[in-house]
Design a protein. Structure first.
Length: 129
């Protein structure tokens, strides 16, 4: 962590900054538990930036998955970050599929309603002059 990141962290959350500092000191002395605590504290702060295509349809989600895999293979992001991003993309894909299925169901319902109305109209006796 560079000095500007440290100052920013101390301003945002002084307790967290102190915990991270203590964990880092103990980790340097070989304390395995401190190493894990320090790693977990750092995970919540680190952000990755990926240039993903629009994900408003299934093709876009698949293209975004390909970008994540390419970035991981090139060493630009780690496997944990790739897993986090692809998990979010998979949840989005599932939502898109659910919306598509719901639209199909509504379309079938509309078709059945139209057919039912046509049958009722054809079978009802006509009254008139």
């Amino acid at each position: 962590m560079n000095r500007s990141e440290q100052i920013q962290l101390e301003q945002q959350d002084p307790d967290r900054a102190e915990m991270e500092r203590i964990a880092a000191e103990r980790a340097r002395s070989g304390d395995l538990y401190a190493i894990e605590v320090w790693r977990r504290l750092r995970l919540g702060r680190e952000r990755i930036m990926l240039d993903l295509p629009p994900i408003d349809d299934l093709a876009g989600v698949m293209a975004a998955h390909a970008v994540v895999i390419k970035e991981m293979a090139a060493g630009q992001i780690g496997s944990r970050d790739a897993l986090a991003v692809t998990s979010a993309l998979d949840q989005h894909r599932r939502m898109l599929v659910s919306v598509e299925y719901q639209q199909r169901i509504w379309a079938l319902d509309d078709t059945e309603d139209e057919e039912e109305r046509a049958l009722l109209a054809a079978s009802s006796p006509r009254t008139g002059p």
